[in-house]
Design a binder for this molecule. Structure first.
Ligand code: NAP
Length: 337
């Protein structure tokens, strides 16, 4: 556990996740005292924060338990809260719609209640999602685009967004909702399509896997690089007034393009390895997501820097190195670096 400092203090829920771990690194660099919420588990899930864990103040609490959240905010005494914890995987939200509603939707109200009751002066960031746009009413999507979510996850996130706006309007809490489009990294959960591809391609290169099973490869997504996106969250809480911001790259691509770049990176032919599996199709698909990030660019001075080809390169090589370490195998061929 880190030392208490007199400087800025932040609390991150979901600190063990992709974004939470990058945000913790970023806030530590900014000189923050960083507190994180972790949920009780019989095994540790702190792989992504292991390298900074001694600098962090970790507290056990759960989005399902109001009392634990109030106690968390009381003991951490943050000036800023980043509410990133959620059931974040869209396909799981059809299998566990009730739980997703509890974690991803009502969990936001419980966090806001903790803020209202303990210290309404705390600045609050809510991790909203482009999945709220779902069956898009216009392209590209901005802060005024109506929502039409297409999964229990998207529905729960829309609730989380509206309750954040509602607490801002009802109680004057500095609450900002960041409508983030997909952002990826070597720390992305293994079940998400980009990571499934980068890890699958690395394993195929090493002879550990013979095919990459996939569902729909033709939907369009606006992808960026996660470490850049956590800076946008922080910028939102440094503004004079709270507001909502769309955060994305303003370009979109298909998982097929992602896969083609990933296989090419290791000199493999995707046609030899891609296998369509209808069981992986979603009950309702989101066809096209494309951000209009002009408000974030103008007001926050933020823009995405890493393009798709670079993102794919970063993820494939990180997975290749990880798989080599785990398996003891070494890559062969012209794609080796
Ligand atoms: P992630 O890697 O799946 O991390 C989710 C975090 O939430 C983990 O730390 C997890 O803890 C925690 N959590 C889940 N249920 C909890 C509960 N009941 N109590 C306490 N903690 C709980 O997600 P991410 O990619 O970093 O995304 C961060 C947030 O942004 C999420 O809310 C996500 O929905 C949202 N978002 C993500 C994207 C994206 O492209 N990545 C885009 C838009 C919005 P464990 O380690 O214990 O599981």
């Amino acid at each position: 556990m880190g030392e208490r400092s007199s400087g800025r203090r932040a609390l991150i829920t979901g600190i063990t996740g992709q974004d939470g771990s990058y945000l913790a690194e970023f806030l530590l660099q900014q000189g923050y005292e960083v507190h994180g919420m972790v949920r009780r588990s019989s095994t540790e899930s702190s792989e992504r924060i292991a390298h900074i864990q001694e600098k962090l103040h970790l507290h056990q609490a759960d989005l399902l338990d109001q009392g634990s959240l109030i106690e968390l905010v009381r003991s951490a005494q943050p000036r800023e809260i980043y509410n990133l914890a959620a059931q974040s995987f869209v396909p799981t939200s059809w299998a566990q719609p009730g739980l997703t509603g509890e974690f991803t939707g009502l969990g936001v109200t419980r966090m806001l209640e903790a803020v209202r009751l303990v210290d309404p002066g705390i600045r609050f960031y809510q991790a909203s999602s482009s999945e709220m746009f779902g069956r898009t009413r216009e392209t590209p999507q901005n802060e005024a685009t109506p929502f039409h979510p297409r999964s229990p996850y998207g529905v729960a996130k829309a609730y989380g967004h509206h309750i954040t706006v509602n607490y801002r309007e009802s109680f004057g809490i500095f609450a900002a909702s960041g409508i983030l489009f997909n952002h990826e990294s070597p720390r992305r959960g293994r079940e998400f399509v980009t990571r499934k591809i980068s890890e699958g391609v690395a394993r195929i290169k090493l002879g550990l896997q013979s095919e990459l099973r996939h569902g729909n490869l033709d939907s369009k997504r606006d992808w960026g690089y996660a470490p850049e996106y956590v800076r946008a969250m922080w910028l939102m809480l440094q503004q004079e007034k709270p507001a909502d911001f769309v955060v994305g790259s303003g370009t979109h691509h298909t998982p097929r393009e992602f896969a083609e770049l990933a296989f090419a990176e290791l000199n493999l032919d995707p046609a030899d390895f891609l296998t369509h599996d209808p069981a992986l199709l979603r009950p309702a698909e989101v066809d096209t997501l494309l951000a209009d990030p002009s408000r974030a660019q103008k007001q926050l001075g933020w823009r995405a820097e890493t393009g798709l080809a670079e993102l794919v390169r970063i993820m494939v090589h990180a997975d290749l190195e990880a798989q080599e370490r785990i398996s003891g195998r070494r890559r062969r061929g012209a794609g080796a670096r």
